[in-house]
Design a protein around this ligand. Sequence first.
Ligand code: 0RA
Length: 655
Amino acid sequence: MESEEKVVKGGAEEYSANSIQVLEGLEAVRKRPAMYIGDIGVKGLHHLVYEVVDNSIDEALAGYCSDINVFINEDNSITVSDNGRGIPTDFHEKEQKSALEVVLTVLHAGGKFDKDSYKVSGGLHGVGVSCVNALSTSLTAIVKRGGKIHRQTFSRGVPTSQVEIIGDTDETGTTISFKPDGTIFNTTEYNFETLSSRLRELAYLNKGVRLKITDKREKDENGEFLHEDYYSEEGLKEFVGFLDANREKLIDNIIYIDSDKTGIPVEIAMQYNTSYSENVHSYVNNINTIEGGTHLTGFRRALTRTLKKYAEDSGQLAKLKIDINGDDFREGLTAVISVKVAEPQFEGQTKTKLGNDEVAAAVDQTVSTALTHFLEENPKDAKLIVQKVIVAAQARNAARKAREMVQRKTVLSGSGLPGKLADCTSRERDKAEIFLVEGDSAGGSAKQGRDRVFQAILPLRGKILNVEKAMKHKIFDSEEIRNIFNALGVTIGTEEDSNAANLEKLRYGKVIIMTDADVDGSHIATLIMTFFFRHMMDIIKNGHLYIATPPLYLVKKGGSNQRNKGIYCWTDEERQRALAEIGNGAETQRYKGLGEMDPEQLWETTMCPETRILRQVTIESAAEADRLFSMLMGDDVPPRREFIERHAKYANIDA
Ligand code: 0RA
């Protein structure tokens, strides 16, 4: 006991008893951080910021806060500042400490004092600022409230001062600064892009709130810190405009719904474009529900029923011989659905599937009312949408016929696998890997260099079909694409629910894309990722898709041909270090393609599990990835060129 009391540095006597209790609560967070924030990698590190920002968003949703500022400070600490009411600082009798200290040191204490408003924004884990406090070497809270500026400081969740009044003010608000604990996190370096895109998403999801981010680690050519300023007047309507910026619109209007008539706030924006893919993104309490759920079910049900009824009543389906199904109504549809649910039940593998049954009916009712109005008031748009649906149904029918044809004519080896596949001997799925390799010559080196027990090679010729632009039945005409799904053992499901069973048939635990480390190679990698994103999303969601990373350089002594004297380098810093290490006469050989490496080098640098660098492709934010794909693959060339030039290596959709 003695020693524990001493942990409370500078605390007054009345602190000690409570602090020990607090220590026990937050010690659990420090012992099992992943349980509270997901993981202790880059994701968890960024999650700390979201947790703090979510509290400010809640304050904004309650109607008391308009501006949220995030700073990445020079030392990779974070400051989040808002102009809300300020966390209460008055003494809390039951806990025998200030409300501010309770919020910052007691697990799940965030909304305790505010019974009237429910917490609607909330990180995936909704754990509260006290977790951030527990996982930070230092945290300072500054609260402007009741004419005074208050301050309290903490270290690893333990108060290092009492609440002190440090000045007068006529403003209100909360500022939290924290430095993540390097003994807990694998990395403590923040990524501006990652935080910035989440704040942009939050601005669209919470119209009227201004979110700014400033990176104090970096200045641009004008001597200004890197910064972004996000504000959306029209919310999801602008979000859909942003997602579809590079697609051709089918109708000019964005259909927009914002209603809480059912008691559950529902906001939806939708727009049809001339593409063939469905891009529907859903959120619950600002969380991207990648796995969908009842809100999505309600939306789909209402969309299908309302459009079908309109099409039938207007006589446009009279001549159609084939059936229309749900998919046909969503081809070329971009939509964002956002609901706020008081007590959300999250289910599914990644806890991003909404389970509350009452939400399906609420969304269904809201959508069918609003959409019926829209169709009646905009007959020209309505006609274009119905025509598009009819074409989709006809194309689906053609695709089914084409697939049946293809499955009969595909040339397979005796095993039912494509002839170009060099399969591995192991049939243990978790150990087995398949490399999708750009070009026949690199494919040849990979076949020689591999460990044939667990590594299979499938060479792919040139650029695979541009899947963003291709209609469904064209996809089945591409030999390369047929080879991919035949080798993997899965079928491209057209029926909604076939995915889980389909994934069970996957023959390899890791599907690894291996392309040259140049712009062309990254384009091909993006094409293949697009293919998986559009047609086998589950392979990405379940963590099966990877990108191999060949080295950029080999640094070795000039004139020497001995390979073992060389050092492989993946970055310019590594190259500088290698040049210094090898010393006089060191030379750099720039690898442009996989083909420049012999089988042994390819194995050592890119394929051997002990030495290679594999990057897992994750759907961090499906909306962001989707926009990226449409930009890279769409018709609009300038943004794509600019993007590829800026990100000379790979699109940042991988982890
Ligand atoms: C509890 C109660 C009240 C506000 C807050 C917490 C609050 C927390 C955070 C965290 C970051 N910014 C925040 N702003 C406010 C309501 C207090 C009242 O009734 O005045």
